[in-house]
Design a protein around this ligand. Structure first.
Ligand SMILES: C[C@@](CO)(OP(=O)(O)O)[C@H](O)COP(=O)(O)OP(=O)(O)OC[C@H]1O[C@@H](n2ccc(N)nc2=O)[C@H](O)[C@@H]1O
Ligand SMILES: Nc1ncnc2c1ncn2[C@@H]1O[C@H](COP(=O)(O)OP(=O)(O)O)[C@@H](O)[C@H]1O
Length: 276
């Protein structure tokens, strides 16, 4: 029997510029997205009837019914499968857990069925699903439908930190004071090494940081804690929060900093990661 396992990496918005709003309310973005080496795991196997289970250290509170994006993605293929979702990423956390799980499910079912074409409705599962299907650094524009791979990401080492509060993406977008902010430069940097690239990132923004902090002031404490870690070069929020990241010049600096932060904040989710 074929059992297909697909990793669903955390998505990190290294930048997130909100550049406008469509008539239907969705916001136009210009975001440089990368993927971490931590994530959820989706296992799919053929079954006589559909079955869906959620396990893992971060399974609490994740829907186990057909509202889960994994179940919705699988249903698009119209064949019965048994799916195991192992949750390692916090939910409603700005790191695209649901979208990455949905993308992993689409990839697993394509593999199982041999269908190379995505089923209708696949990318409507969420604005981040398209970039999550790409699973590599990319510039994402529009509301997430315009995704171009970015091949110039140098080695990037980060600490991800989430204080354990869920943030509502629609509420954060709705609270944004200015909807038309400048995009990133037309041409993104090419050939920069880690240090220079982090310096460039520091000139860019996450426009959702301010409204997310208004909704959940603990995010300001997370950013403060990350920026004061030894060797931290830049601290920023990912997506609509509450997960924030700090960037370091070396893998060792990120690992040491993550150990220190975990010891001080044992209730936070803290992970040293490599981004690509
Ligand atoms: C903000 C971002 C940045 O990568 O990440 P997260 O914070 O979710 O991780 C994404 O654009 C989120 O993508 P995703 O979580 O897939 O969004 P969806 O489920 O499609 O939309 C949830 C809600 O967010 C708002 N929304 C989402 C995307 C967008 N470009 N404009 C919006 O205004 C809408 O209110 C929408 O109803
Ligand atoms: N597979 C999934 N994992 C996590 N949350 C999910 C999943 N499927 C549906 N959801 C729902 O999607 C919402 C957003 O979760 P998530 O995608 O993790 O957040 P974000 O959009 O901030 O990255 C949550 O309210 C959760 O109930």
């Amino acid at each position: 029997m074929s059992i297909i396992k697909v990793f669903a990496p955390a998505k990190v918005n290294l930048t997130l510029h909100v550049t406008g709003q469509r008539k239907d309310g969705y916001h136009l973005l210009d975001s440089l997205v990368a993927f971490a080496d931590v994530g959820d795991r989706v296992t799919v196997m053929p079954a006589p009837a559909p079955r869906f289970e959620v396990t893992g250290p971060r399974a609490d509170g994740v829907p186990t019914d057909n509202t889960n994006l994994v179940a919705r993605a699988a249903a698009l293929f119209g064949i019965p499968v048994h799916i195991l979702l192992s949750k390692h990423l916090p939910a409603s956390a700005g790191i695209g857990g649901g979208s990455s799980d949905a993308a992993a499910t689409l990839l697993a079912l394509s593999d199982l069925t041999g269908d190379t074409k995505l089923p209708e409705g696949a990318t409507e599962l969420g604005a981040d699903v398209r970039v999550c299907l790409m699973r590599q650094a990319a510039r994402m524009r529009g509301i997430g439908e315009d995704v171009i791979p970015y091949h110039d990401l140098p080695p990037l080492f980060a600490v991800l930190a989430n204080p354990g509060i869920a943030v509502s993406t629609p509420a954060v977008f709705a609270a944004l004071a200015t909807k038309t902010n400048p995009p990133m430069p037309k041409k993104l940097p090419k050939g920069l090494k880690t240090r220079g690239f982090i310096d460039w990132l520091a000139t860019q923004r996450n426009d959702l940081e301010a409204p997310a902090i208004d909704a959940a002031p603990v995010i300001a404490s997370v950013l403060q804690a990350l920026s004061s870690l030894p060797g931290a070069r830049l601290a920023r929020m990912s997506g609509s929060g509450a997960t924030c990241f700090a960037l370091f010049d070396t893998e060792k600096a990120a690992q040491d900093a993550a150990r220190g932060l975990s010891a001080r904040q044992p209730d936070w989710w803290v992970e040293p990661v490599r981004l690509s």
